[in-house]
Structures are given as structure tokens and as C-alpha cells.
Design a protein around this ligand. Structure first.
Ligand code: SF4
Length: 293
């Protein structure tokens, strides 16, 4: 248990202070395409920020968010029974050690708990894998500004994908600035608001540069990408042609009478990390080449 908590708290620290390899590569590619004066200045500040955070071992953004874990765990993973306890203990430890900003407020008391743990937080989404003996854990640090953009709506199916695109553009042009562009846009499509919203969040967990395997969903990603770029929001909203790290669409089959759409954004400091922990507590960090915990 002690080793599991140590490993998870170090993993949380890595996610807080270091951008994953795919996000860093995407930011570099965007910065080389940006021509606006302020856009170039903002990218330069971002890369200074990223470098200093690593050198000093401090969070890449002061808002270290609310911790959300998406856990795929095998039924034969030896620590399955204590994993939730370990995640909670690691959250408290990382809050002290890194430190992370205490961001968890109990809504009816209006009181900050001080340790990033509260009612149903850290948030955990579970997926059980039959007969597997490992756990794959995705951690997403959901910052305030980037979460403010979130929205979901149930459209009548007659709205079609035109309605989906209009809703996305409405939301992004209204609140997109809060998500510290260039942002990653997750779009979920399903039956109900909560399933579409959850799918939009899961869309943010996909590698940047990946496309939905369904060619029609991939086309929708491309269309939304082009239209959002056309808004010329630019880095940090100061104008420019690079506003978007990517557009990821995830979907489920839906009820014939509904077309639900969910929207989530991830900011330029898209702190989403993955760790695969094996039964002997050895691990892999696929998004952080060369990092040892
Ligand atoms: S949107 Fe992201 S980069 Fe901007 S303040 Fe929030 S967490 Fe930090």
C-alpha cells in the first residue's frame, strides 16, 4: 500500500509539473505556424513557463484543478481492493508534497477542504477488465477556466450534425476564451446530457493528433476543427490562426428521438497523464518518455 501511494503521488506530481509528450509536440507545431505578433509572444511565454516549471519542479499552471481519474483495472490486479483508498491517500500526499493548489470546495458549506479531497472527489470513473492483472490510470487535472466552457444539450435529431456544429461554435465563441487557448476540444454525442458530457470528457483523454476510427466521425472532427480555427481566437484569445490543439469526437449509439451533444475543453496546459501499473508494481508512463517516478 505504501509503495502504491508513493507511486501514485509521484505520478500526480509528474502530471502537474510536466506536459505530456503529445501536448508538447502539438504546442511546438502550432507555435511554428503562428504569425501574429501577440500569438508568437504568448507561445514564447508558454515555453518559458514549461521550462521553468520543470527546472523548479513546480506546477505548470497555478490552477492544478480538481483531480479526475479514469481507471481501467483488471479483476486480477492484486491491489484492486485498495486502489480507491490509495488514490485518495496519494491525492492528499501530492497536495502537500508538490504542492497542489487546494481546489475542492464543499458546495453547501462553501468551505475549502484544504486537501483536494471532498464529497465524491477525487472523481473516479471505473472500468473493469476481466482477468487482466494490471491497472491503467488516466489522470486529468480539470482546471477552473477550462471547465467553465463545458456544456451539454439534447437536440432534436432533425437538427442533425448541422445543429451539433452550431452548438459547438456557440459554446466555443462564448466561453472558449476561458479555456486559455489553444485548447483541445472534446465533443461527445449520445442519448442524454450526462452520457454526451462524459463522452466529451473522455474525448479529451485521447492522444492529440489521433482521429476517430469511424471516418464519418473523423470528418466531423475535421469540419469542427476548421470552423473553430476560422474564429481566429488565437493563443490566449489575443487573435491568430492557431486556436486549437485538436478536436476529438467520441460517441455512443443514441435513442431515435434524441441527439445529445456534450462539449469539454482542455487548455494549452493540458495535464492529462497515463500510468500502467503491473501486478508487481512496475509501471509504464507512455506519455512521458524517460521519466522515472
Ligand atoms: S485554463 Fe488551464 S492554463 Fe488557463 S488558468 Fe486554467 S488551468 Fe491554467
Amino acid at each position: 500500500m505504501d509503495e502504491l501511494v508513493r507511486l501514485l503521488s509521484k505520478f500526480i506530481k509528474t502530471v502537474a509539473i510536466r506536459l505530456p509528450d503529445d501536448v508538447l509536440a502539438a504546442l511546438k507545431a502550432l507555435s511554428s505556424n503562428e504569425n501574429s505578433y501577440w500569438g508568437k509572444a504568448i507561445y514564447s511565454l508558454m515555453f518559458d513557463n514549461i521550462k521553468l516549471a520543470l527546472e523548479k519542479g513546480v506546477p505548470v499552471c497555478q490552477d492544478t484543478g480538481v483531480l479526475m481519474f479514469f481507471i481501467d483495472v483488471g479483476t486480477k490486479f492484486p491491489y484492486i481492493n485498495v486502489l480507491q483508498e490509495a488514490v485518495t491517500a496519494a491525492t492528499i500526499k501530492a497536495t502537500e508534497d508538490v504542492p497542489l493548489r487546494p481546489n475542492v470546495v464543499e458546495p453547501f458549506e462553501e468551505k475549502n477542504t484544504g486537501n483536494n479531497v471532498g464529497t465524491r472527489l477525487p472523481w473516479i470513473e471505473w472500468n473493469i477488465l476481466s482477468n487482466a492483472d494490471y491497472a491503467e490510470i488516466v489522470l486529468y487535472l480539470a482546471g477552473g477556466g477550462t471547465s467553465l466552457t463545458g456544456n451539454a444539450k439534447v437536440l432534436p435529431p432533425a437538427s442533425g450534425f448541422k445543429g451539433v456544429i452550431e452548438f459547438v461554435l456557440d459554446v466555443v465563441s462564448g466561453y472558449g476564451l476561458n479555456a486559455c487557448p489553444p485548447f483541445l476540444l472534446g465533443v461527445g454525442i449520445g442519448t442524454t446530457v450526462e452520457t454526451a458530457a462524459l463522452l466529451s470528457k473522455r474525448a479529451l483523454l485521447r492522444p492529440i493528433g489521433s482521429t476517430n476510427p469511424n471516418p464519418k466521425a473523423a470528418l466531423l472532427e475535421r469540419i469542427i476543427y476548421d470552423k473553430v480555427c476560422g474564429l481566429e481566437i488565437g493563443p490566449q484569445g489575443l487573435g491568430g490562426k492557431t486556436s486549437v490543439l485538436g478536436v476529438n469526437v467520441e460517441y455512443s449509439a443514441r435513442h431515435p428521438a434524441t441527439l445529445a451533444v456534450g462539449i469539454s475543453t482542455g487548455c494549452w496546459a493540458h495535464r492529462r497523464g497515463v500510468i500502467k501499473i503491473k501486478s508487481d508494481l512496475t509501471y509504464e508512463l507512455p506519455l512521458y518518455r524517460g521519466v522515472v517516478l
